[in-house]
Design a protein around this ligand. Structure first.
Ligand code: 13P
Length: 269
């Protein structure tokens, strides 16, 4: 398996509260990265991204670009409807792409549980995103009840299976990443143990390989209470290719510490 360049993505969800706070968080991110570079501890072989609210996607992007930052800006979600039209409240993949946003999350457990997004909706969203040229981080994960019933792996593989055939293999190869986020670990302070996370990631990778051998090197990110103090043990797992970070990404210092854990330069500084 070729080395997979890890991704560390900060999902800011519906935070922070004001435009000023968004700007400060972005600036802190820029400053922390600069400090790391200045100390010779570069963040190498790593993709970094943040997902602000829709309201702030472009201002955060502009601020990062002005600072010549390599941090990418991605959307937290996308409309199931394509193009333009009478879809009050929605933003389509095409509008995101036209505004220079190249990637989106789809299928986050909060979208599934709080907004009732089922496989039909997620298939439409995936198709809309791919047709507009966006890359996608597709999120999967089981609830605590499902885990306790011994169904975790089955549920997660099913979540992949129900969308797999809605886009071409070529797009899976080039434009998809998977994020495993056990629902019981999101925002709870409970992280999956590195062994449990690794075991699920290995199962996801085997499932992808079953679809086609070329999918064996798709990045598979872990999400769910990733913090600076557990990032290194997760990063050490062979099948964990990055992190999707919620709460800890709202603190630039914590986020960069997590990024360091996944950077291949991590032993240098
Ligand atoms: P927390 O890191 O706050 O648990 O959130 C994880 C998540 O949902 C990222 O998408």
């Amino acid at each position: 398996m070729p080395a997979i360049m890890p991704w560390v993505i900060g999902n800011w969800k519906m935070n922070p509260e004001t435009p000023t706070a968004q700007q400060q968080l972005t600036q802190q991110l820029i400053d922390h990265i600069a400090e790391h570079l200045a100390s010779g501890a570069a963040l190498v072989n790593l993709n970094l991204a943040v997902a602000p609210t829709l309201l702030h996607l472009l201002t955060v992007q502009q601020q990062l670009q002005q600072a010549k930052s390599a941090v990418q800006v991605i959307a937290q979600d996308v409309s199931r409807f394509a193009g333009t039209g009478a879809y009050t409240g929605d933003v389509s993949a095409q509008l995101l792409a036209n505004a220079g946003i190249g990637m989106t999350l789809i299928g986050h457990s909060e979208r599934r549980s709080l907004y009732g997004e089922d496989a039909t909706v997620l298939r439409e969203k995936l198709q809309a995103a791919i047709n507009a040229g966006l890359k996608v981080v597709f999120c999967v994960g089981e609830t605590l009840t499902e885990r306790e019933a011994g169904q975790a792996e089955q549920v997660v593989l099913q979540q992949l299976d129900e969308v797999f055939d809605c886009i071409d293999l070529q797009h899976w190869q080039q434009n998809l990443m998977v994020a495993y986020e056990p629902v019981w670990a999101i925002g709870t302070g409970k992280t999956a143990s590195p062994q449990d996370a690794e075991s699920m990631h290995a199962a996801i990778r085997a499932g992808l390989k079953n679809y086609h051998s070329s999918l064996v090197d798709l990045p598979i990110l872990y999400g769910g209470s990733v913090k600076p103090d557990n990032a290194a043990s997760l990063a050490a797992c062979a099948n964990i290719n990055g992190a999707l970070v919620g709460g800890a990404s709202l603190d630039a210092d914590s986020f960069i510490k997590i990024a360091r854990a996944f950077s291949q330069d991590r032993k240098a500084g």
